[in-house]
Design a protein around this ligand. Structure first.
Ligand code: FBP
Length: 553
């Protein structure tokens, strides 16, 4: 088989399953737990999911397999952004399906949910699957962000399933995709299609987590990859002693990725968006907070440092989100054409000055020109500012530079400030999965098939006790409706899985809060190094600091 040396040996890696799934398909029985109810808005969710609501939590255990013998034709979909380990979910699903009956069939719908709607699929076989074992990426079938959410789409999906005799669909995705998996399961049940739907929790962002999902897959590998890079940068900073590095990390709105990287690397600064919102911090206050560290370190002769900036932070700065709303309003509909027709930035600036409130203009005016222009140029198909494209690492370093210039004038600061900028996101999403993600994902896929085989629908493949060695992991399933509540989305009440932001009273943040003042002025960097695939278990199999702290370890 072709590939790099690591790729070849990773093909051979045998992922570890939870103890109760290790004795072969014939030795997996089901323990049915208590009926469940949704985390909030029980009556409304029950009304919306009459066929799938309130089902029992289930756990697999060692015992005689009592599931009915039935030929299974399963379709699998990868949905949304890439996350390391996705291939192994497919491999685990395939292996369990084939071990149950070699005539079972696994179809992979290509390029995300649209593959199901367009009936664009491949049929997996050993030769194809084996090329993807324990590798990163989603290129086994591709992924996409089409949402499966309308009745028309569900009807098309039902027809595609009928055509191929599909008995179950597995959707591997984040909170939205799993919400949609629950809605699809309900539709299939209500229309007596006989097609089951099972979800699997994916996203590097770590924001699909709750009392049932300890972590989404991919978070471990992505944060280890970013932490390796941040650690390397810290060592460079501590060697050269001349740059301040501003590192933006992916993670969308939540700051789980930034926090985990901070716990792994002990940088001088790490912003946490959820704290910025809770304290209603302004851009100027954030800049002062960072400048304080720069100044204190400079006073000790350390004109270098590392600051981690979470991708979504600017959305959490109250004055900035007002500014964004006003800009969206300013360019709504045909007003955008009038703006775009203006010949140069000077005239555009005058247009903006006229249209924004005095408060928002004051915020706009302190932004570096590059960022000001980004706010007006990078717009989504609805004409809204694409906040995720804002180069917040450059924004904050520019604001800090201004603060330091003022402090220099006042005579309080005498150092040198040379900032460098980095954005780590795509670098981590397709890394070779860590042993943890390789094992977790394979288990999720294997387990998803057991849920199918035992006839469950509207369930999420659940593997828990993850901070312990894999043989102590607990495999089972949870009705997705249990994780749902009603939220306002696009002006309508919708049943959704709640996004998990960083909890400011949670143990990971508390640990960070306790230590960060020291990290800000000292140089207490830790260097995680590259992910290790072979070697002692305490080096190779350990998962995140976040999970360890959450579990009180
Ligand atoms: P998911 O939520 O789909 O898992 O995607 C995560 C993510 O990597 C975010 O961290 C990031 O903001 C976004 O995807 C980037 O999206 P795209 O791949 O479309 O550039």
């Amino acid at each position: 088989m072709n590939g790099s040396p690591l790729q070849k040996v990773r093909y051979e890696y045998l992922p570890k399953l939870p103890g109760m799934l290790r004795n072969g398909i014939s030795e997996i029985s089901v323990k049915v737990g208590n009926p469940t109810q949704s985390v909030a808005d029980q009556d409304k969710i029950k009304d919306l999911f009459p066929n799938t609501y309130g089902k029992e939590e289930i756990t697999f255990e060692k015992g005689k397999n009592t599931s009915a013998a039935k030929k299974q034709v399963v379709g699998v979909i990868l949905s949304g952004g890439q996350a390391p380990g996705g291939h192994n979910v497919v491999c685990g699903l395939y292996d369990a399906l084939k071990a149950t009956d070699k005539d079972n069939v696994l179809l992979g719908f290509k390029n995300g949910p649209s593959g199901l709607l367009e009936d664009d699929h491949i049929v997996f076989d050993d030769a194809y699957i084996n090329k993807f074992r324990n590798t990163g990426g989603f290129d086994i079938i591709g992924s996409g962000r089409t949402k499966l959410e309308t009745e028309e789409q569900f009807a098309v999906a039902a027809e595609v399933c009928r055509k191929h005799g599909i008995t179950a669909v597995v959707i591997i995705g984040g909170d939205d995709s799993n919400t949609n998996a629950a809605v699809l399961a309900e539709y299939f049940a209500a229309h007596n299609t006989g097609v089951q739907v099972i979800g699997c929790p994916k996203t590097i962002d770590g924001d699909l987590k709750n009392e049932d999902i300890e972590c989404s897959f991919g978070f471990d590998t992505a944060t280890k990859t970013y932490s390796e890079l941040i650690g390397n940068i810290e060592r460079d900073a501590n060697s050269a002693k001349k740059y301040w590095h501003f590192v933006k990390v992916m993670g969308r709105s939540a700051s789980h990725v930034a926090l985990e990287c901070a716990l792994e690397t002990q940088p001088n600064i790490c912003l946490i968006s959820e704290e910025v919102a809770a304290k209603k911090m302004s851009l100027s206050q954030i800049a002062d907070y960072i400048a304080d560290s720069v100044e204190k370190r400079a006073a000790k002769g350390m004109n270098f440092g590392v600051a981690i900036i979470p991708e979504g932070v600017v959305e959490f700065v109250p004055e900035f989100s007002v500014l964004i709303k006003e800009i969206n309003e300013l360019l709504a509909g045909s007003k955008a054409d009038a703006f775009n027709a203006l010949p140069n930035w000077k005239e555009k600036y005058a247009f903006i000055e006229k249209g924004l409130s005095a408060e928002s203009m004051a915020v706009f005016a302190i932004l570096p020109e590059g960022i000001q222009q980004q706010l007006f140029l990078e717009r989504d198909p609805h004409g809204n500012v694409q906040v995720s494209l804002i180069e917040s690492e450059k924004l904050f370093s520019a604001l800090v530079k201004d603060k330091l210039a003022a402090r220099k004038k006042a005579g309080t600061y005498k150092g040198k400030f040379s900032p460098l900028h980095h954005f780590f996101g795509y670098e981590g999403r397709c890394a070779f999965p860590s042993n943890f993600d390789a094992d977790y994902c394979y288990s999720l896929g294997y387990n998803a098939f057991m849920l199918i085989q035992y006839g469950y629908t509207g369930y999420l493949s659940k593997v828990s006790n993850l901070s312990k060695p894999a043989d102590e992991w607990v495999a089972g399933g949870m009705p997705i409706t249990k994780m749902m509540n009603i939220e306002r989305r696009h002006g309508e009440d919708k049943p959704v899985i709640r996004k998990a932001l960083v909890e400011l009273d949670g143990k990971p943040f508390k640990y960070f809060e306790e230590h960060r003042d020291g990290w800000a002025v000292e140089t207490d960097y830790t260097y995680p190094g590259a992910i290790q695939y072979f070697g002692p278990s305490e080096v190779c199999d350990i998962t995140t600091r976040t999970l360890a702290l959450e579990k009180g370890e």
